[in-house]
Design a protein. Structure first.
Length: 287
């Protein structure tokens, strides 16, 4: 059984492209259109700068670009619907015309997701795994797009207020299993569901390290796994470094995630991450 799960073939259509996730690890570039994200806040809040960044990531080889208009860093406050729309929709409209790389909308709000899909996005990345907005599952089902279901403990505002787990992998698995059921019951197709353990979202240092070490446990859910450790605080705690100096740590975490079963990785540094993914994929294929 373990071998069957390990070698399970996943194919998923995102936009016009078909991704065979059994062939290699796919890299998702992060494009935050926010003034306050923990690493790149304010860098791409201007429309032209955001589009330029998206084009650069596409040129570097990004397989997907994930666009977000609300920071979900620990302690962050939610923003209004109109503000989030004003940040992401113009970027999606421009990029969808200028590049062929599929675009993902990083939001937990169904209305934002709908407008993004209407504007050219072809995937939803929901940090709440359909828990924050009950209408999200209907949008994903109606538009028949892939959706990422991520584990989070609490909300971005309070998720790092002393989180605790008796067994972090067991709790994540149970939470994601429930969200998969919610998705399927809403009519979301099996092959449109991707899972994410939510590194940094209501997790202690030891929890994040355990997730990376034991990621293969999530293979039992029989869904593609996305992991996003890029430049997060647990890397800073281990290395005692600020976000702008966490590239090497991010690539190290990335290598472990891929080796232990990640099918997709969400990163700030596309070029470097693709090189790591290519090497680790070659090692994994040696059996």
């Amino acid at each position: 059984m373990a071998e069957t799960i390990k070698t399970k073939k996943f194919t998923i259509k995102i936009g016009k492209k078909l991704f065979d996730l059994s062939q290699r690890t796919f890299v998702i570039g992060i494009l935050n259109i926010t003034p306050d994200s923990f690493y790149d806040g304010g860098k791409f809040s201007n429309l032209d700068e955001a589009v330029k960044r998206g084009i650069k990531m596409a040129c570097e080889g990004a397989d997907i670009i994930d666009i977000g208009g609300e920071s979900t860093r620990p302690g962050s406050e939610p923003i209004g619907l109109e503000e989030e729309l004003s940040r992401v929709i113009p970027v999606i409209e421009r990029l969808s015309k200028e590049i062929e790389v599929p675009l993902s909308i990083d939001t937990y709000k169904s209305f934002v997701a709908k407008k993004a899909l209407d504007s050219g996005a072809s995937m939803i990345n929901d940090i709440s795994a359909l828990r924050f907005d009950p209408e999200m599952k209907k949008i994903a089902a109606e538009y028949k797009v892939p959706i990422v279901l991520m584990h989070i403990k609490g909300t971005p505002k309070n998720m790092q207020d002393d989180p605790y787990y008796d067994d972090v992998m067991k709790e994540i698995s149970s939470y994601l299993k429930e969200s998969i059921t919610i998705a399927k019951d809403a009519g979301i197709e099996e092959d449109k569901i991707i899972i994410d353990p939510g590194i940094g979202f209501g997790k202690r240092l030891e929890d994040n390290l355990n997730i990376l070490k034991n990621l293969s446990i999530l293979k039992t859910l029989e869904k593609p796994i996305l992991v996003g450790p890029s430049r997060k605080s647990f890397i800073g705690k281990v290395l005692d470094l600020p976000p702008e100096e966490r590239l090497e740590g991010s690539l190290g975490a990335l290598a472990v995630a891929i080796f232990n079963g990640a099918n997709l990785v969400r990163v700030h540094d596309v070029k470097e991450s693709l090189r790591v993914a290519k090497l680790v994929d070659a090692i994994r294929k040696r059996g």
